[in-house]
Design a protein around this ligand. Sequence first.
Ligand code: NAD
Length: 345
Amino acid sequence: MKIAFFDTKPYDRIAFEQYAAMYGVTIKYFETKLNEDTADLANGFDGVCVFVNDTVNAAVIDKLYAMGIRVLALRCAGFNHVDMKHAYGKLHVVRVPAYSPYAVAEHTMALLLTSVRRIHKAYLRSRDFNFSLTGLTGFDLHGKTVGVVGTGKIGRVFIDICRGFGMRVLAYDKYPTPDLDNGDTVRYVDMDTLLLESDIISLHCPLTEETYHLLDAAAFEKCKTGVVLLNTSRGALVDAEGLLAAIKSRKVGAACLDVYEEEGDVFFEDNSGHIMEDDTLARLISMPNVLVTSHQAFLTQEALSNIAETTVVNIVEVLSGSPCANELCYRNGDIQDCGKNRHCF
Ligand code: NAD
């Protein structure tokens, strides 16, 4: 089994080589992202493996299908970058639905603590032997209200972490899981209540048509002045221009972003020698109360190992004609995990 692997980084190869050898899969690593111009590189392979910022639109799917490729392995959970409707009946799309919710939830808390305790500033100061505390005053998380949007795998771990800090949790989910609501420290509320009452808001829902720009200028207007925004989910959940305006007007007190709407062009790459073309990103990064990491929340040894093993097993299952529980099913306008021990088509 020969797989064309796009958007490769050195840390991918370490874990994938181990499992590829174990399961008899040969991988050719391409540094370039998959898109219409690079799809031809997949010619002669049995499958294609992509990450979050590769382009898998109708044109790319048609090219891959014409080459005889039948499996598209996403080495991530999100599939908002794949035209699932167009892929149906052509490519078996498999993903890694869970690899370490702890990795993402813990990174979210790391960003929050860094921001509210000004660790990023203290680190730079002390390296310059500047031991002044002026301007480093933070606030206690204990007793604060955190609004968690999306109470799936990552949201629930993040809620557990927040409870450990003695925070009150307001949760919103399109499909709530009632056992989470204890009527006291964790309560499900509607989105408006979450916006109105939260000191901190953390996004853990998928990017869909419905959640696109979930937080825009109008939503920020409803928030408490000084609210801290955490987004480790998907960039386009937040209208970046609306966020910038809300930071300038002091409505948003701080923003911690592991994802950004237009990250595809810049994240994961060293752009330090280049002029930043994206003015909104440049302005956000220039703000003292904005922290940006480059879609890094997943990046732990445990997550990388789980991603590699699940992806390789997914590929082997599909290509050997076995059922694959991690296949994504597009049916009647809805996309869901197949999970039924059979192929979707
Ligand atoms: P999950 O599927 O377990 O949970 C998502 C939750 O969102 C579910 O409970 C679902 O009901 C809810 N939801 C769906 N539509 C909603 C809506 N319109 N409004 C509110 N809630 C809605 O997914 P997960 O594993 O917890 O991952 C959450 C998100 O984290 C993923 O979609 C992905 O975008 C992101 N993610 C980011 C990284 C990273 O490195 N930054 C890594 C993994 C995942």
